[in-house]
Design a protein around this ligand. Structure first.
Ligand code: ADP
Ligand code: MG
Length: 692
């Protein structure tokens, strides 16, 4: 019934159906789950005579006069103006660059306006208010005299027509709707039933019920999200993995040969990983730690545990530059070690390797102990003799599907997943609910916090002066641009052109390099190598540097058009400096005026703590956007917000655990609807459901 296409609803033809499709709504059920983006309380309207500056109001008024003009100061700007009035006074409203509005603003037309009241030339006015005409002809009970939903409109709909459509669908289908949440769960958690929730999320009887509806629908979303995670964890616990030897000469020799002492946090995390590896249960552990917290060395030690147990390890990184860097560093660190009277055998495996076939052969025959590489490790032809341990670095750069491929090359190997975009622990436990979690929450001793400054474009010379000063002290620097080729339309400088300009101008006295994603891997490597060997002073680059690059003498970074980068991205970029005991500087160049971008830059200036940064990022962007590019199921959350509803998320997780423990296949009668809904949303879980 609910899976019927919305085309069968009255008032929806192929064209309107298509504009819904564009918003991911195909079925009537999905239409009922197309939630308002906000509400207006239209039971009481504010009186114009009582409006105060800087507050948001809904008013009901009539158009008294309208008109349109072009701004004399900026010719491109068109201004549509209307004077509206109620029985207490008049208010002027203006809209910028929406000239088509003018023809709607007919004198005498009754309308509802929503917006912020501002003071302009000593008068109060609303700029760009949202508005809706009232129609005295039809029944307006959906549109006034109640709390009214405001939707994001698919093309071809007005608020009024969409309200009518959804109301009709609710009237017809709510009486027949079945609740996927079992009755006992609902009463235990004090949750509204589905029909009432859907009704009150669209047309709330009052705000208290709207809130209850919101809670219930959020809970449902969290539960559907947790069930597969919990189930996956349960299934994994049933698998039999490998008992590794986690204490031994090899590891001891390595640790005592390090030029530093492991931090307390590194030791604690290492203990957790070792315990997992020693046990026969399969490890799937997420290692969170800020940039530079020393995750790689911990992962290397874990590889040694696998090697001394007689198995092979694989270490996968998201870019060739990073894979190569790991390979070189780890090779050097392991150079002096011997095991069973021989040296350790490492190999680098990246996309275009002429030796590929030979390397495959060696890996297959067990002549390699540790393979470090990129996605190339996922290739089908590659097989291992005895793969027992896997490291996945910067996991958010890989899709969930990709992450699942590598373990298939071993017999239930242990997996360590690393991320430098940490999120608060409680959140991580629930969001990555199929994984166990370790956190490195301190940086190695003696690091000096990076000084982060924000400059506007006019202060760029100051930034250049600072860089030059550092370069003269034999240090190195990066200048980062958001794009390779400049864009005149957007007025953005590009790395390629600026490289030319800087090289022959401002930084003539220094040795410059350029690296970006359009260069061949070979060329990228050569430039990185030169920079590393200090044959270059200054590297002009794009976000290709975002992950992992570790060059301790780089102490300065300028990020141009900083507003064009995401917060986590900025933090990652900044993590390329401040990697030794030297004062480092990060300069964000931006003229941005948008509040979101300002908030991002402000967060960067006040903090260099990755946990704080990612929390801010999540807060500024909201979960959908935040998790969007992490290929995380949470990107699809429609109503729930894990940051704000942490308690509810926890409750949903508890219920998910209870359900799975009691009835993993969700076969019992009260669970069948839930199962149907789950498979509808995540068809790939059919398989997990069936085994066991
Ligand atoms: P992450 O991968 O977490 O960003 P890395 O593992 O690349 O960090 O470590 C950053 C740098 O700090 C590396 O040069 C590494 O050798 C060094 N390092 C790691 N652990 C310590 C420690 N306990 N004390 C001092 N330096 C460390
Ligand atoms: Mg790293």
């Amino acid at each position: 019934m609910q899976t019927t296409s919305i085309q069968y609803l009255k008032g929806i033809g192929p064209k309107r159906a298509k504009s819904f499709t564009a918003r991911g709504v195909y079925t009537i059920e999905e239409l009922l789950y197309y939630f308002p983006r906000r509400y207006e309380d239209r039971t009481n309207f504010a009186k114009i005579s009582q409006l105060k500056e800087d507050q948001i109001y809904t008013i009901k008024a009539q158009v008294l006069a309208g008109g349109q003009r072009n701004s004399w100061r900026r010719r491109a700007l068109s201004i549509t103006e209307a004077v509206v009035g109620d029985n207490t006074g008049k208010l002027s409203c203006i809209w910028f660059n929406q000239p088509y509005l003018n023809k709607y603003l007919k004198v005498g037309a009754p309308l509802i306006l929503y917006g912020k009241v501002e003071r302009y030339n000593s008068r109060l006015q609303m700029s760009n208010p949202e508005f809706e005409f009232l129609d005295s002809q039809d029944d307006d009970s959906l549109n006034v005299g109640r709390i009214v939903p405001i939707y994001t409109l698919p093309q071809g709909f007005s608020q009024r027509s969409l309200r009518r459509l959804i109301k009709n669908a609710l009237d017809e289908f709510l009486p027949k709707i079945n609740d996927p949440l079992p009755f006992d769960l609902r009463s235990r958690r004090n949750l509204l039933n589905l029909a009432q929730s859907l009704l009150n999320i669209h047309f709330p009887q009052d705000l208290a019920l709207q809130k209850q509806a919101h809670t219930r629908l959020s809970f449902e979303e969290f539960l559907l999200f947790q069930l597969p995670l919990v189930l996956r964890k349960l299934r994994r616990k049933e698998e039999v993995g490998i008992n590794h030897v986690v204490n031994g000469r090899l590891i001891e020799d390595f640790i005592s040969g390090l030029p530093f002492k492991l931090t307390t946090a590194q030791q604690k995390v290492l203990g957790e990983i070792k315990a997992d590896m020693a046990s026969a249960q399969v490890m799937q552990r997420l290692l969170q730690g800020d940039v530079g917290s020393g995750k790689t060395v911990v992962a290397t030690i874990a590889c040694l545990a696998a090697i001394q147990s007689g198995y092979q390890s694989a270490f996968m990184a998201p870019t060739e530059i990073l894979a190569r860097q790991h390979y070189e560093k780890i090779s050097r660190q392991l150079e002096q070690l011997t095991f069973n009277g021989r040296k350790l055998r490492l190999v680098l495996l990246v996309g275009q390797d002429k030796q590929k076939q030979k390397i495959y052969q060696q890996i297959k025959e067990g002549k390699i102990d540790l393979v470090i590489g990129t996605h190339a490790l996922l290739q089908e032809e590659l097989s291992f003799k005895s793969l027992s341990f896997i490291v996945i670095d910067e996991q958010h750069k890989f899709g969930v599907g990709q992450r699942a491929l590598l373990p298939k090359k071993g017999n239930h190997p242990d997996v360590l997943i690393m991320t430098a975009t940490p999120i608060p622990r409680t959140l991580a436990i629930t969001l990555y609910g199929d994984l166990d979690i370790s956190v490195i929450n301190e940086l190695p001793l003696g690091r000096i916090p990076i000084k982060t400054l924000q400059f506007n474009q006019g202060q760029r010379n100051k930034a250049y002066a600072l860089v030059k000063q550092e370069l003269k002290c034999a240090r190195q620097a990066y200048i980062i641009y958001p794009v390779i080729e400049e864009s005149y339309a957007l007025d953005i400088a590009g790395a390629k052109k600026m490289f030319g300009e800087l090289k022959s101008g401002e930084f003539k006295a220094f040795r410059l390099g350029l690296v970006h994603g359009k260069l061949k891997a070979q060329e990228q490597n050569e430039i990185m190598l030169k920079f590393k060997n200090k044959q270059l002073d200054l590297l002009v680059a794009t976000t290709i540097l975002e992950v992992g690059i570790d060059i301790p003498s780089a102490t300065c970074m300028i990020i141009e058009h900083a507003e064009r980068f995401g917060l986590s991205q900025l933090h990652q970029l900044r993590g390329r400096i401040g990697r030794a005991k030297l004062q480092s500087f990060c300069i964000l160049v931006s003229d941005t005026q948008t509040p979101e971008a300002k908030a991002r830059l402000a967060a960067m200036v006040v903090s260099s703590d990755g946990f704080y940064i990612s929390e801010e990022d999540l807060r500024i962007r909201g979960p959908g956007e935040f998790f969007g590019n992490r290929q995380h199921g949470l990107a699809e959350l429609k109503i729930a917000n894990p940051l704000i509803q942490m308690q509810l998320l926890k409750a949903a997780r508890e219920e998910a655990i209870g359900l799975i423990n009691q009835d993993a296949r969700l076969e019992e009668r009260p669970h069948q609807l839930l199962k149907a809904k789950l498979l509808q949303r995540f068809p790939e879980y059919e398989r997990l459901m069936l085994v066991g």
